[in-house]
Design a protein around this ligand. Structure first.
Ligand SMILES: *[C@@H]1O[C@H](CO)[C@@H](O)[C@H](O)[C@H]1NC(C)=O
Length: 413
């Protein structure tokens, strides 16, 4: 026996006597069983360690000067594109003319003829469509007393019907069908309008606005500012040869604010089987509103909640950088290189009323009295929530946690 060293006394793992070290069959079985259990538990611990969970957090949104993309796809089966205008305004009431956008108007056949697409035209919020080339280079069309538009084909002139209409709108004059306006008669504006009367229209695409309280609306006729009022030229809408008139029945195929979360991410989130975390769901998608009354107004009040999604391995350095993405194309705003997504969820309440006022007695709500007046159309006003949701992907366990768990399992038997 070697001489007892000073450390021998410190040995906490004292040895058992030799009699306790006999191997038996039952001991072997227990060993195998416990080995299997250890293996099973260790495997469980490993999957737990590798698992990625999505961890939601709520913070006050301190982002500033950010933009937001509105993606819309709405069908109006009973109004021709020629009559529809889309206006975007923000909190100051000022019309947003400089918004980057990619919105198109899609002409649709009447519903009883199948409702197929006739033609797609990119919508310019201040368009110069159908520039008829005039043969005479000296030609300078009259603006009938209105100020010629600034982006006219030929400075100081109104060479097309469109330009006359634009000049009229700037001067806050109602335009109507363009009778006695030479340019419009030459372009057969009234006939063209009447030939499209039975068509429907789909407005689809996206636009980028400042992330402040605002609204956008789709209403008939050109809009113009009259003093402090925002007015639409409604003559062509109400004065129509179509039976029953035009109505603002509409189907919202899609309305979202910011990018759609990728499929895989929504799958990951829904795997938690919490029905209230349906981040991919936009509440207005595939909804329909119907009316028979041309003078009818639909309003949607939308509360927008910023939501970011940070995948595993997101880059802290890049966080928040999307606000510098001002000149990327429509549809890519909010996507960062590290895979994180900045988007928005929303909640919505809606309201509909006839512009003639009256109560909802027909629907059994005699107590609901509506105001009179207003513009027919579909109005969306949106408000930005001060709170922001961050969904962060995380490993459910750290490495040390995993090792500790492993030791507990192995050490157990
Ligand atoms: C808009 O919705 C219609 C109907 O669902 C669809 O056919 C069309 O492709 C959509 N447009 C865009 C730009 O997504």
């Amino acid at each position: 026996m070697p001489p007892k060293s000073r450390f021998t006394r410190l040995d906490a793992f004292t040895k058992t006597v030799d009699e306790a070290r006999v191997r038996t069959t039952s001991g072997g079985i227990v060993t195998i069983a416990s080995l299997l259990i250890v293996l099973y538990l260790a495997l469980g611990e490993w999957t737990e360690y590798r698992k990625v969970v999505v961890h939601p957090e709520l913070i006050v949104d301190k982002g500033r000067g950010e933009k937001m993309e509105i993606h819309l796809n709405i069908t109006f089966p009973k109004i021709p594109c020629e009559l529809l205008t889309l206006d975007v305004m923000d909190v100051s009431g000022e019309q947003q003319v400089g918004v980057i956008h990619g919105v198109s108007k899609v002409r649709l056949l009447p519903a009883d003829e199948g409702g197929h697409v006739i033609d797609i035209k990119a919508l310019d919020l201040h368009s110069d469509e159908d520039k008829a080339q005039h043969l005479d280079p000296e030609y300078c069309g009259e603006c009938y007393g209105a100020t010629p538009p600034q982006n006219a084909q030929k400075a100081g002139c109104c060479n097309t019907c469109e330009e006359v209409r634009e000049a009229y709108a700037t001067a806050s004059w109602a335009f109507g069908r363009g009778e006695n306006v030479e340019q419009c008669e030459r372009e057969h504006y009234a006939e063209r309008l009447d030939s499209q009367r039975k068509e429907g229209c789909r407005i689809e695409g996206g636009l980028r606005v400042n992330k402040v309280v605002g609204n956008f609306h789709i209403a008939p006729g050109r809009s113009f500012s009259n003093g402090n009022m925002h007015v639409h030229d409604l003559n062509n809408y109400f004065d129509t040869p179509v039976q029953g008139g035009h109505v603002f029945s509409h189907t919202i195929h899609q309305l979202r604010f910011g990018p759609q979360l990728p499929e895989e991410i929504t799958k990951k989130m829904s795997s938690k089987s919490l029905p209230w975390t349906n981040h991919h769901l936009n509440p207005l998608d595939d909804t329909e509103q119907i009316t028979q009354d041309p003078a009818y107004n639909f309003m949607y009040f939308v509360k927008v909640v910023s939501t970011s999604y940070l995948p595993l391995g997101w880059d802290k350095e890049m966080y928040g950088l999307h606000s510098g993405q001002d000149n990327v194309g429509i549809g890519s705003y909010g996507h960062l290189n590290d895979g994180s997504v900045e988007t928005h969820q929303y909640s919505v309440t809606s309201h509909r009323r006839s512009l003639n006022g009256g109560d909802d007695a027909a629907e059994g709500h005699k107590e609901k009295i509506h105001a009179r007046g207003g513009i027919p159309g579909v109005f969306f006003s949106y408000d930005i929530s001060p709170m922001k949701v961050i969904n962060r992907e995380e490993r459910s366990k750290t490495l040390t946690g995993f090792l500790t768990g492993l030791c507990a399992i192995v050490g157990g038997p």
